[in-house]
Design a protein around this ligand. Structure first.
Ligand SMILES: NC(=O)C1=CN([C@@H]2O[C@H](COP(=O)(O)OP(=O)(O)OC[C@H]3O[C@@H](n4cnc5c(N)ncnc54)[C@H](OP(=O)(O)O)[C@@H]3O)[C@@H](O)[C@H]2O)[C@@H](O)CC1
Ligand SMILES: [K+]
Length: 515
């Protein structure tokens, strides 16, 4: 699913109005009707108090139009206009008049007005600012936002939580509505998925207001949301006459004394992701451990007992996953450096290999093209330096990706895969996956997919998706706390099978024969 920028949404809005020959207020009416239907379906006329806080732009206009529909259906509403500017939008004014025709008089809130009482069981509709926010709200508006956040009421935001910029980081976190539910028009916004701003959104849903499908289809976006539909187009079915050679050979290079487990996890994950063959390259200390725990995996060893000192092998793997558990000792840095200098094969690079690259940036130019780097936030900071907000981070990663012709997997609650100018935002996974070895499993999965001939970008996107999906399946039986990295491997099969599961049909009520 494409994540459109505010500029693109405004453009879609203009094109739709022109093509359909409708007034902009008709588009607002569609939006308001969608909002109303969503609420009405859930509330079924319940006499709960609904406080609608509306700005003076089109987000506020949506709120005012929604208020009219709620009034028409007998709901208990109170409307407030947060009067932060003289420049009321045309469609806001049209809808204000329509509301007044119903003898509903909003409270116009100005800088020195008292804040209204809001009960814990009430509902707040947040229509103060939409995607038109372009500067920090005034202090008195921030106070209203804080007041709403401090209430116990359920907050339903129209389009985007008020105070969140659509395409840039926040400058005042106090000025943002903490939303329980966001009904977002046509597209979710990128900020819903970034670590700094995602916390302002508990749940979201898209309402289709019928913006021009042609424009939406042909328009390229900087970011895409990755779900099942997106990865299904990447999936490579197995061929009847395929053999293990068809599905590639993964080489996992890693480990040091006390950290052989990471190699076990990566190697096992590569196997379960479908790699035809898997070989592990470890210090001697890892030999028996791997041979005992993973009979399917072949093992090569370094000349050193405890750490990697000389990475040499005489086989031609399809892909190499390197870095888990290697540590950062001088000899290992040397071994990795000379390996990278001579290597031409596709790479997946993780953990201490990333830390070594950070300290020896000259090595980055030795990476084979389309190498996949999988840093967690700390490793990323070491690689690209710190950032002032998520948008600066993304911009820096894009530069890095272009400079070194690599793919960067920014691990997080919503892992983002960056390739050049484009970012892919993953939707699977859960907090239970923040556990030891989870990253080693991801490295193994991506390596295993790359071995099977998935292009680098597909392997990274699909791998991240599958890893998260396994976590989501696992957590149903483990709970968050007890989920371990091994569960992620054990449930990988389920994640593959789930790709082809049809959605559950809606439950049809049995007809009552007597009526
Ligand atoms: N696109 C679509 O398809 C559809 C969109 N719809 C809805 O429209 C919403 C966007 O509406 P919008 O453009 O009127 O902007 P909105 O967010 O209401 O802000 C209002 C104005 O406030 C101003 N302003 C900004 N920051 C400020 C600040 N800190 N303090 C004070 N003032 C500030 C700024 O004007 P400025 O003063 O800069 O000229 C801005 O224009 C969108 O989210 C959706 O809900 C639907 O109706 C259906 C179709
Ligand atoms: K809003």
């Amino acid at each position: 699913m494409k994540l459109y920028s505010a500029k693109q949404i405004y453009k879609a809005d203009q094109i739709s109005i022109k093509k359909e020959e409708i007034g902009s207020n008709e588009l607002m009416e569609r939006a308001a009707l969608q909002l109303f239907n969503w609420m009405h379906l859930r509330m079924q006329g319940a006499p709960v108090k609904i406080h609608l806080f509306c700005g003076i732009g089109n987000n506020g206009g949506d709120g005012i139009a929604l208020a009219r529909h709620l009034v028409d259906h007998g709901y208990n509403v109170e409307v407030y206009v947060v009067n932060y500017s003289e420049k009321r939008s045309k469609d806001f004014l049209i809808n204000l008049d329509r509301l007044k025709d119903r003898k509903v008089w909003p409270h116009f809130m100005n800088s020195d007005d008292e804040l209204p009482q809001i009960g814990g069981e009430d509902i707040i509709v947040d229509g103060i600012f939409g995607i038109g926010l372009n500067r920090t709200p005034d202090e008195w508006v921030v106070k209203i936002i804080q007041h709403l956040n401090n209430s116990k009421a359920f907050i339903l935001s129209i389009d985007i939580p008020s105070g969140l910029f659509t395409d840039q980081g926040p400058d005042n976190f106090q000025a943002i509505i903490k939303s329980n539910y966001v009904l977002s028009f046509q597209t979710p916004k990128l900020v819903f998925f970034l670590p700094e701003t995602g916390t302002f959104i508990e749940q979201w849903e898209v309402l289709d207001i019928g913006l021009d499908p042609e424009y939406l289809r042909v328009t390229e976006t900087d970011y895409e949301l990755i779900g099942k539909n997106e990865v299904l187009t990447m999936y490579k079915p197995r061929e009847k006459y395929g053999h293990k050679g068809t599905y590639g050979h993964s080489l996992i290079i890693g480990g040091s004394y006390g950290k052989i487990g990471s190699v076990c996890l990566s190697s096992r994950a590569a196997l379960h992701a479908g790699s035809g063959l898997v070989t592990s390259f470890v210090p001697k200390i890892g030999y028996s451990i791997l041979q005992t725990s993973l009979p399917e995996v072949m093992v090569l060893t370094d000349t050193d007992e405890n750490e990697l000192t000389d990475i040499k092998f005489n086989l031609e793997p399809s892909v190499i996953g390197v870095g888990v558990g290697i540590g950062t000792s001088e000899v290992t840095i040397k071994a990795l450096s000379s390996f990278l200098k001579s290597n031409k094969l596709p790479l997946v690079i993780d953990a201490d290999a990333l830390n070594i690259l950070s300290k020896n940036k000259a090595l980055l130019k030795d990476l084979s093209e389309d190498s996949i780097l999988t840093p967690h936030p700390k490793e990323l900071e070491r690689l690209i330096g710190n950032w002032k907000d998520d948008f600066e981070k993304l911009a820096k990663v894009k530069e890095f990706s272009k400079k070194y012709k690599c793919i960067v997997v920014i691990k997080g609650a919503h892992t983002i895969i960056v390739h050049g100018e484009k970012g892919y935002v993953n939707t699977t996974g859960n907090p239970g996956m923040a556990t030891a070895g989870s990253g080693d499993v991801l490295t193994g999965i991506i390596t295993g997919l790359r071995a099977q001939g998935y292009p680098a970008l597909d392997a990274a996107i699909f791998g991240v998706y599958l890893h998260g999906r396994s976590g989501d399946i696992a957590v149903e039986s483990t709970g968050f706390q007890s989920l371990t990295a091994s569960h992620l491997i054990a449930n990988l099969a389920g994640a593959f099978i789930d790709l082809f599961k049809m959605p559950e049909p809606p439950e049809v009520e049995k007809e009552n024969q007597q009526n």
